[in-house]
Unconditional design. Structure first.
Length: 54
């Protein structure tokens, strides 16, 4: 069996579970992309920082 090296991960959903999974991967040094849907009431001209759902 060949050995795989994971360097980057993507986590879908930034809720409680998704954010914790992303934190664990980041904590061991992996590059993490955390993706979630945008709020429905988001204006079309919103800045990237406003697109983050908290």
């Amino acid at each position: 069996m060949s050995k795989r090296i994971i360097k980057k991960v993507a986590v879908l959903g930034s809720g409680v579970m998704g954010s914790r999974i992303a934190c664990h991967f980041a904590g061991v040094g992996l590059q993490v992309l955390l993706l979630d849907i945008q709020p429905k009431d988001l204006p079309a001209d919103a800045r990237p920082a406003e697109k983050i759902k908290l």
